[in-house]
Ligand binder design. Structure first.
Ligand code: 5RP
Length: 294
C-alpha cells in the first residue's frame, strides 16, 4: 500500500532555504541545455575546468601513422590517464572496449587523404550514429582561408544544428593549410568564426606570441592540439603556457603516443593541465615515471 502519510506529512521542506541555481563552470556555456552541459562536463573536469583529450583520430586521413599502427597495443594502455578519447567511429567500434567510462569525442568529418587536397572534407557520420555511440561531442575540421573554406564551415554549422537537436556539442578543429601563416591573428579569426557560428568549443594551435588574445577573443573554451612531435620539455612547456594563457586544456596526440614513454608523458601533461605543475617539475615527473617503466 502506498505510504501517503509519508509524503503529505514530510517535515523537511526547508522553507527558509532558497533553491540554489549553480552557474555552469565552462566559459560561454551557461545557456546551453542540460544534456549539452552534462556532456561537456564529462570532457572537462569540473574541478580544474580543463581537459586532457587524447587525440588518436589521425588515421582518418593519414592511415596507420607512427604510433597508431596498433591502437589496441599502443593506445589502450593510455586510456586510464585521459579524460577523453578523440577518435573515429571505426576505431571506437573495433578496438575500444564499450566498458570504458571515458568520454568520447567523435571525428565526424572526412573524405580526403594526405594524397589530395585536405580541405575537401564532408560530413562523414550521421547524427544518429553519434547518438548510438553515446558520444560526448563531435569534432568537425574547419579550414578558414582554405580552398574549401565555405564547405567546411557549412559542415560545422550543420553539425551544430544536428547536435543541438540531440544535446551533443560540436568541437570545431581549426585546420591550417600548408602555406598559411600560423599566428595569433589567424587563430583569432578562425576560432572566432567557429564560435560565432555555434561551435561549443574549439581546438586550435598554440602560438608563442599573443596566444592570450586568441583565448580572450573566443567566447567558448579553447583546447590546443599538440602538433608534430617535439622534445618532451618543449611539449610540456607549450601545454603549460597554453593553459596559463587561457586554454581549457589539450587535445594532444603525437607528443604523447609517439613518445618513447607515452604513459609517463600523458601523466606529466595531466599534471601541467590539471594541477598547473610548472614545466621543469613536470619534466622531472616524466623522467621519474619513464625511469620506473624502463
Ligand atoms: C588531426 C587532428 C588531431 O586530432 C590533432 O591534430 C591533435 O593531434 P596532434 O597533437 O598530434 O596534433 O585533428 O586532424
Amino acid at each position: 500500500m502506498a505510504d501517503t502519510d509519508g509524503t503529505t506529512e514530510a517535515k523537511e521542506f526547508h522553507t527558509d532555504i532558497p533553491q540554489t541555481s549553480e552557474a555552469f563552470f565552462l566559459k560561454g556555456s551557461n545557456s546551453l541545455d542540460w544534456g549539452m552541459k552534462n556532456r561537456l562536463g564529462r570532457i572537462f573536469n569540473p574541478e580544474s575546468g580543463r581537459t586532457v583529450m587524447l587525440a588518436i583520430d589521425h588515421g582518418y586521413f593519414m592511415g596507420s601513422t607512427t604510433g597508431l599502427e596498433r591502437i589496441d597495443v599502443n593506445i589502450l594502455p593510455l586510456e586510464p590517464y585521459a579524460d577523453t578519447l578523440m577518435l573515429t567511429r571505426g576505431i571506437l567500434r573495433s578496438i575500444v572496449p564499450a566498458r570504458t567510462q571515458k568520454s568520447i569525442v567523435l571525428r565526424v568529418t572526412g573524405g580526403t587523404s594526405i594524397l589530395k587536397e585536405l580541405s575537401n572534407e564532408s560530413l562523414a557520420v550521421d547524427i544518429e550514429d553519434a547518438v548510438r555511440l553515446n558520444v560526448s561531442a563531435m569534432a568537425v575540421q574547419v579550414f578558414v582561408g582554405g580552398e574549401y573554406e565555405r564547405e567546411t564551415i557549412t559542415n560545422m554549422t550543420r553539425m551544430v544544428d544536428m547536435g543541438t537537436r540531440y544535446g551533443i556539442p560540436t568541437m570545431a578543429v581549426t585546420a591550417v593549410g600548408k602555406d598559411m601563416v600560423r599566428d595569433a591573428k589567424y587563430f583569432r579569426l578562425a576560432t572566432r568564426i567557429c564560435a560565432e557560428l555555434g561551435s561549443h568549443y574549439i581546438k586550435t594551435y598554440y602560438v608563442p606570441k599573443d596566444f592570450e588574445t586568441v583565448t580572450a577573443a573566443c567566447p567558448v573554451p579553447i583546447v590546443i592540439a599538440g602538433g608534430k612531435k617535439q622534445p618532451v620539455p618543449d611539449a610540456l612547456n607549450m601545454a603549460y603556457r597554453a593553459v596559463q594563457e587561457g586554454a581549457a586544456g589539450v587535445d594532444m596526440g603525437r607528443n604523447i603516443f609517439q613518445d618513447d614513454a607515452p604513459i609517463a608523458m600523458i601523466q606529466a601533461v595531466r599534471a601541467v593541465v590539471h594541477e598547473d605543475l610548472a614545466p621543469d617539475k613536470a619534466f622531472e615527473m616524466y623522467n621519474d615515471l619513464a625511469g620506473q617503466t624502463a
